[in-house]
Design a protein around this ligand. Structure first.
Ligand code: TYD
Ligand code: MG
Length: 456
């Protein structure tokens, strides 16, 4: 018998090598490389058996004859949309998020719906006992038939349960707690997570079970574990939110069966998560009227327009480097925009502390929010409010120019629907009048926008 080839795995980044070393060549971390025993063989017929594997197919015929994959809807619209319009048969989803954010709650609610509408669901928990899950289920209301629970961490036992029950949906909560006894490393280590993930994927593809893998990820994404699965699974969703806010956002970051960056908004309450159908209204609910430093931007998350309020507070700094604190937006982006405001408009922000916050705990991630961030800072610095019924869109370049954005019509329609009456947009995006009732003004530069909106 051939001697098994040794494998060494970095427990920090997941890199695989065939020799041990004190320092990982991929991520540079010290003492993270451990030897990994060869994995036990997978179930018979394992491997990611996709349609037509091992045969060459005529590409034209392939694209012409592939029907849309069948999907199961949970009936929770915010969830279904993030999944690309429902769960695809045999697909594997990874749901990441901070511990305690509500992943188990969400999946229990989804499972209940799926069990009712589409067939048996097996919920495998490696973290909580049946009694604990029962408590949560009671809190969420009545249970449904077809929803099965097992507290198990041994993956081979999980596979046996799947074989016995033949569920249509499988939930593994969490991937960090299940393990293969044949592997030497501890549950949650990169090797365990990767091997268990691959086995579960094979199970999902082979039997057409839609499988959810829950992964705990810290804010910094420091736990490498679940991340090594991101390239393997079909869909990666992140469940996010601020601990002290009730709202939660389910964000699609990868989807082989739908558009990415789609979001679903939920509110965590006494009896679990409820859908927020009008997130713009939700995020703008407590907006102060006529406050300097407050600007509403019309952003787009995935295919959906979302209005959020950006707040800035610019105050004289003490000694030394001025402070910059940013919540809900990219820190470096805000620093860049403050530099643009200083250099192109002439505000002496080097002597000012700047605090930027996206209200309600929301996040803005697209460049179209740039102009809003700049105007919020300018408005706070000058202590002059912008008009309250105005929304702002535009990307800002380093030369101070305001650049075109996509989906302007969608953004402005959402603004009109929420009662806004005026908009400031990039000059270059103003090609036709559009079908919304807003009073639209185009601006070409940050300097122009500040002069037009806040006076000379
Ligand atoms: P949980 O789903 O256990 O989080 P995760 O699986 O991501 O670790 O949710 C835990 C939090 O949610 C916990 O702090 C309690 C809160 N929660 C509610 O506020 N209302 C509810 O109805 C439920 C079930 C949980
Ligand atoms: Mg949990």
């Amino acid at each position: 018998m051939a001697r098994p080839i040794k494998r060494f795995v970095c427990q920090s980044c997941g890199a695989v090598t065939n020799k041990w070393s004190g320092r990982c060549e991929s991520c540079g971390e010290w003492n993270t490389i451990v030897e990994e025993a060869a994995p036990a063989p997978g179930p018979a017929g394992g491997g990611l058996s996709r349609g037509g594997k091992g045969r060459t197919l005529d590409f034209a015929g392939l694209t012409g004859s592939t029907p849309q994959p069948p999907r199961y809807r949970s009936g929770i619209a915010e969830f279904d949309r993030v999944c690309g319009g429902g769960l695809v048969v045999g697909s594997a989803l990874l749901i990441g998020g901070d511990p305690g954010i509500g992943k188990s709650t969400l999946l229990l609610q989804v499972s209940r719906q799926l069990a009712e509408r589409a067939g048996p669901v097996l919920y495998v928990s490696g973290e909580e006992s049946a009694a604990q899950v029962k408590l949560r289920a009671d809190r969420l209301g009545s249970t449904s038939a077809g929803l099965y629970f097992v507290a198990e961490t041994d993956l081979q036992a999980v596979e046996a349960h799947v074989t016995a029950l033949q569920p249509r949906f499988l939930i593994v909560d969490s991937i960090q707690t299940v393990y293969l006894p044949g592997l030497e490393s501890a549950p949650g280590s990169v090797s365990q997570v990767r091997e268990c993930g691959a086995r579960l994927m094979a199970l999902a593809k082979g039997r057409g079970i839609a499988t959810f893998l829950v992964g705990h990820v810290t804010k910094e994404g420091a736990i490498a574990g679940p991340r090594v699965l991101e390239h393997l699974v079909d869909t990666v969703l992140y469940f996010e939110g601020e601990q002290h806010h009730a709202y939660r956002v389910l964000r699609g970051v990868k989807n082989r069966f739908g558009s990415t960056n789609e979001i679903g908004v939920f509110e965590m309450g006494e009896r679990g998560l409820t859908e927020v159908r009008n997130p713009s209204g939700f995020f703008l609910a407590e907006r102060p009227k006529d406050a300097a430093g407050s600007v509403v931007v019309a952003s787009i998350e995935g295919t959906r327009p979302l209005l959020v309020e950006i707040q800035a507070l610019v105050t004289p700094a003490g000694f030394g480097t001025p402070r910059r604190t940013v919540l809900g937006a990219d820190y470096n982006r805000v620093c860049l925009l403050l530099a643009v405001l200083e250099k192109r408009v002439g505000f002496p922000l080097q002597s000012q502390d700047a605090f930027v916050n996206v209200a309600g705990g929301a996040r803005v991630s697209e460049p179209a929010a740039d102009l809003g961030l700049v105007l919020a800072a300018a408005s706070s610095y000058l202590d002059r409010p912008l008009r309250g019924d105005l929304v702002v869109v535009g990307e800002v370049g380093l030369a101070g120019e305001v650049r075109a954005v996509t989906g302007l019509e969608t953004r402005l329609k959402e603004a009109a629907a929420l009662g806004f009456t005026a908009a400031v947009v990039p000059q270059s995006s103003l090609t036709d009048r559009g079908t919304h009732p807003l009073d639209v003004q185009g601006v070409g530069s940050v300097d122009e926008a500040v002069k037009v909106l806040l006076g000379p």
